[in-house]
Design a protein. Structure first.
Lengths: 314, 161, 334
């Protein structure tokens, strides 16, 4: 980093409205539980560390006071509504706190018949941005601490939620750092890209946080866990890692809504959302499809058009 | 004529069209390079991108995926689905840094023995000129540092000292 | 009088050790991250920051080959890995929470079965520990009976000094050997002022009391409360200096392949999945309970040790904010 850059004051993102949004969430959650409209609310609560927060499931209206909203409410809570989380589904009818990006995942899951809109209450939160991975929880939200996805967010307001809480402040213009990196990679030679990804994937330790945190990785039997036949080597070595990340990107193509949770949770800082984003970009170009805008039954890879491009086929 | 390098080419084909086309080429006594290993599937719709990946990892230098022409699918739409899947899979491989010249797609009907011969001959020539695909096989031999039994890079440093 | 080594001489020591054919592993900057990796020279050393992953890889690789097999007409040929080829290693700059962990793991790897892979790597490793000078709100070594100046597990222990350099304390014969082999790099200094050690928040936890509570509360609401949110990844276990579960897999074909020992994690749903399909730990909170119980009860029952050094990596890396320090403090209060 050069010194002039360092001297520039950080651009502060106004999150003063988050506290009021939290208050509205608490009120709504208490009401939903009291009136027995839902059996449980999936939201965020404060963690032990200053400013931190974590997902929580509450079932008692008295617990509603625990709920918060802050720049550390990074999780995409739609994950907890899928069949991968049976114990939470078992609680009955659910309400969920959702930011705009999370709402897209909910729409995607509805499209895949994993959720029913009428069985779900969505408390939408207007969001100006959340923390990037690795930022200390007490830090304010600035252009230096904001998540990459939030720099290019187009869904600050969760349209379509049952209740929308919070107000959108005036937002600074932030450079699209992820897009810039994607463009840089696209401009490289294939050999350059191979060495880039090889280096990234070699770091992978196969903790599978990327898979476990993904709302769309709800399969009860993952192809990559299978031994016979073994599609992908399970050993955390460069070859198997490459296989795993290619399969992961392919299985999410046309489904991923870009919440970038995979990248946030990667303990080895692998820019996984680049792969998802590249796939989404190509699918939009080829078939005009964007995932998670509305619940659609057929994704781009489960449907076809007889006139699809086949210039690559002899 | 012997060559210095005989590429290994794997052809994933559907049983109804391309396999029958290749069969026709054989029964018609047409000649084509024996570099191609044919793997038969019920439909191109059954050809998982993982198979392509696995073939590269196991040492294939080139891959051909071939099935029925649009509209001819025995299962009505298998090849339409495959077409989309492979269109996007190609983009993914390209993004990872695989040279797409090593991955070919074609529609070959049961009557097109000649087209089969043409495609296989051309692909074999192209891959032969490109040389062996080493990126995946070399990767298979790599270890994370902690799993290495010897450390060649440290050996090099040691030798310098 | 105190024995000291300058920053430059420490780096020179690393160069000399590499020159002597040793594998020197230490904290190294890779991109935005610090990780333990083999150093190519003393200049690579980036001491003082807690690396993203623990140092256990020096003894317990992420993935290691344990045998290779080949089948032909003559029959099956199995080739074992020759443990004599394991590299002589010096682990340098290990912070106390990383340096103390191998001693804890020794117990399980030399219990009813002697794991030569682990033990041989251990025998071939010298640990140069480094006193810790910065803690964040995830650190909790002081809660589990260690401290930022703990020398346990180190062969030679360095304490950073005001004005640069380190004071050196030989803890074991191996540490003494190192001092004896490179005497010109060390010097006697009349008076030294160590940098103030890190001060992790929170007082010590009564681990016996926690264990007692765990004995009574295998079934308790707390597990749902803290771990229903667990998503079942292995980030905590893989970053942990003391987690040591592994899985053995065969990779290759029927005719030729490799048997490998890979890290495994109790948070994975498949970890206890039986061949019948039955899974005794069917819910995620039961899997987390096992992780916690293993660290603070089962391991103590068996080996009289706590399987946690308080490095805080699991807290920092948890995608859903599960906080083992907070849980310890909560149980202490009960």
């Amino acid at each position: 980093m050069n010194s002039t850059e360092k001297l520039q004051p950080a651009v502060i993102i106004d999150t003063s409205g988050y506290a009021a949004a939290g208050e509205e969430i608490r009120k709504e959650a208490a009401r939903l539980l009291e009136q027995k409209i839902v059996d449980a609310v999936v939201g965020y609560q404060a963690g032990r560390r200053t400013g931190s927060s974590q997902p929580v499931v509450i079932t008692d209206p008295a617990q509603a006071e625990k709920l918060v909203f802050s720049p550390t409410c990074v999780n995409n809570l739609s994950l907890y509504l899928t069949k991968a989380k049976k114990e939470i589904r078992a609680k009955g009818k659910l309400a969920v706190v959702a930011k705009g990006c999370d709402l897209r995942a909910l729409a995607g899951l509805m499209g895949e018949s994993q959720l029913k809109r009428e069985e779900l209450v969505i408390i939408g939160v207007v969001c100006a941005g959340v923390h990037a991975a690795g930022v200390a929880s007490g830090e304010p939200l600035t252009d230096a601490t904001i998540a990459k996805k939030c720099r290019e967010c187009s869904v600050h307001i969760p349209e379509g939620a049952d209740l929308i809480v919070g107000k959108l402040p005036e937002l600074p213009n932030l450079s699209p750092t992820e897009k810039e990196l994607l463009d840089k990679l696209d401009a490289m030679t294939p050999a350059g890209r191979w060495s880039y990804w090889k280096e990234q994937f070699t770091r992978c330790i196969r903790c599978l946080a990327c898979r476990q945190v993904c709302p769309f990785c709800y399969c009860e039997q993952c192809l990559c866990d299978r031994g016979r036949p073994q599609a992908v080597d399970t050993s955390p070595r460069p070859a198997g890692n490459m296989g795993w990340h290619i399969v992961r990107a392919m299985h999410l193509a046309g489904r991923c809504v870009g919440c970038a949770e995979c990248e946030r949770v990667c303990p080895m800082d692998i820019p996984l959302n680049l792969l998802n984003r590249k796939m989404a970009q190509e699918l939009k170009g080829l078939y005009g499809h964007e995932a998670g805008l509305t619940p659609t039954e057929k994704g781009p890879l489960t449907s076809y058009d007889e006139k699809d491009d086949q210039s690559f086929i002899k | 004529m012997p060559h210095d390098f005989e590429p290994k080419i794997v052809a994933f084909v559907c049983t109804w069209c391309t396999y029958a086309g290749a069969d026709l080429a054989g029964t018609s006594r047409m000649l084509y390079p024996s570099n191609v290993r044919v793997v038969k599937f019920p439909c191109t719709g059954r050809i998982d991108p993982v198979f392509i990946l696995k073939a590269f990892q196991k040492g294939a230098d080139g891959i051909l995926v071939s099935g029925c022409h649009p509209g001819d699918c025995h299962y009505m739409a298998g090849n339409f689905h495959a077409r989309r899947r492979f269109a996007i899979f190609r983009k993914l491989l390209e993004f990872i840094g695989v040279d797409l010249a090593r991955l070919e797609f074609s529609w070959v009907s049961a009557a097109e023995g000649g087209k089969w011969v043409e495609i296989v001959t051309e692909l074999t020539g192209k891959i032969r000129a490109m040389g062996p695909l080493t990126q995946f096989t070399e990767l298979a031999d790599e270890e994370q540092w902690s799993g290495m039994l010897s450390n060649p890079e440290l050996k090099a440093v040691f030798d310098q000292v | 009088m105190a024995l000291t080594i300058s920053e430059a001489n420490l780096r020179l020591l690393i160069d000399l050790l590499i020159g002597a054919g040793k594998r020197v592993i230490g904290p190294k900057r890779v991109g935005e991250m610090t990780v333990y990796e083999p150093l190519l020279s003393g200049a690579d050393l980036s001491p003082g920051t807690l690396p993203r992953r623990s140092a256990k890889e020096a003894f317990f690789p992420l993935s290691e080959t344990i045998l290779t097999y080949e089948k032909d007409k003559e029959g099956l040929k199995v080739t074992d890995v020759d443990t004599a080829t394991f590299p002589e290693t010096v682990l340098v700059g290990a912070l106390p929470c990383d340096a103390a962990a191998p001693q804890v793991m020794d117990a399980v790897f030399s219990w009813d079965y002697k794991d030569e892979f682990y033990l041989e790597r251990r025998r071939r490793t010298t640990i140069i520990g480094l006193s810790c000078t910065s803690a964040d709100d995830s650190c909790f070594c002081t809660l589990v009976g260690l401290s930022p100046t703990e020398t346990k597990g180190s062969d030679l222990f360095l304490t950073p000094l005001v004005g640069g350099g380190y004071s050196c304390q030989s803890i074991s014969d191996r540490g003494g050997e190192l001092l004896a082999n490179y005497p010109h790099l060390f010097s006697e200094t009349a008076s030294v002022t160590p940098l103030p050690p890190a001060r992790p928040e929170g007082g010590p936890v009564d681990l016996a009391k926690v264990k007692g509570w765990l004995e009574e509360h295998f079934e308790d609401e707390i597990w749902e409360e803290v771990a229903d949110r667990c998503i079942g990844c292995g980030a905590c276990a893989f970053l942990c200096p003391a987690c040591h579960c592994f899985d053995i897999v065969d990779e290759g074909t029927e005719a030729k392949g490799v048997r490998r020992k890979n890290w495994d994690a109790c948070a994975f749903g498949k970890f206890t999945n039986h061949a019948s399909g039955h899974n005794p730990r069917d819910l995620q909170n039961k899997r987390y309970r096992n992780r916690f119980m293993h660290k603070f009860k089962y391991y103590d029952d068996k080996f009289g040790k706590t399987l946690c050094t308080g490095c805080g990596r699991c807290i920092r890396s948890c995608p859903v904010g599960i906080d083992i320090k907070g849980i310890l403090e909560e149980i202490q209060k009960r």
